[in-house]
Write a protein that binds this ligand. Structure first.
Ligand code: HEM
Length: 223
């Protein structure tokens, strides 16, 4: 198992699998372009379809990224951390595509004042922007060079922004649905479990430190 997780090929497999949603979307668009009945592939409202599709994959990749630390701790496999950066960058990538579809394909966003008005007037857009913007410093500083430049402690503190992204993403989804809240509720539960796990680990480590200040500090990061 350790050899499998440490293999460079596993990273390639995760990379290719992460590109599958994009590949499927491009294939659907190509089929729709060629077909006499595009609704068969991308529904009667392709922009809405692509917006929803990319939004779904953004929130899924945020959850995949947040799964890494609990999985690593529960399975006691430090090698799992190797995939966190890639999954986080894919979350950002799908988030950017999702944003670009809204910005460039949605006919309502035709002028800068109209874009600004949508951001400030529709609360789910405001919070969606917050979720995406919170990911920007994480994507920029995801390299080893940035960890060195910032120092591990500061870098780790900055990367706690992923929690803000996850919470804002769930609120974005919750606020945009009109009636059926089952899916946003499911993501809220997933994010609550993933963040709750970190809070429990943090409280346990703190209690240990207070009861024995000479005990070695836990080296595992919980971000
Ligand atoms: C981390 C950032 C974001 C995440 C995780 C996210 C996620 C989602 C999800 C899950 C959906 C619903 C998909 C469905 O119903 O199947 C959605 C819809 C949508 N999102 Fe986002 N989103 C993000 C950022 C943004 C941003 C920055 C904008 C625009 C500025 C935006 C605009 C929209 C729009 C217009 C919809 C469709 C709303 C509707 O059909 O009523 N999102 N997003």
């Amino acid at each position: 198992m350790n050899r499998f997780l440490s293999s460079p090929w596993t990273k390639v497999v995760v990379f290719v699998l992460s590109l599958v949603p994009l590949g499927v979307l491009l294939w659907l668009c190509w089929q729709a372009y060629q077909s006499a009945d595009p609704t068969e592939f991308v529904t009667a409202n392709p922009i809405e379809y692509i917006t929803h599709y990319t939004g779904d994959w953004t929130i899924r990749f945020i959850c995949f990224t947040l799964c890494i630390t609990p999985l690593r701790m529960l399975l006691n496999r430090p090698q799992i951390t190797r995939f966190r950066r890639m999954l986080g960058l894919f979350a950002f990538f799908y988030g950017c595509v999702h944003f670009a579809v809204w910005l460039f394909l949605d006919p309502r966003q035709n002028t800068i004042p109209a874009i600004w008005e949508d951001i400030v007037k529709r609360r789910y857009i405001t919070i969606g922007m917050l979720a995406l913007l919170a990911m920007l410093p994480l994507a920029i500083t995801s390299t080893a060079g940035w960890v060195r430049r910032l120092g591990f402690k500061r870098w780790k503190r900055l990367h706690k922004l992923v929690y803000l992204t996850a919470i804002a993403a769930v609120i974005h989804y919750w606020w945009l649905v009109k009636s059926d809240i089952r899916l946003p509720l499911m993501y809220a539960a997933i994010v609550a479990v993933l963040l709750g796990y970190r809070i429990i680990v943090w409280m346990r480590d703190r209690k240990r430190k207070l009861s024995d200040p000479r005990a070695p500090q836990p080296t595992a990061s919980t971000s």
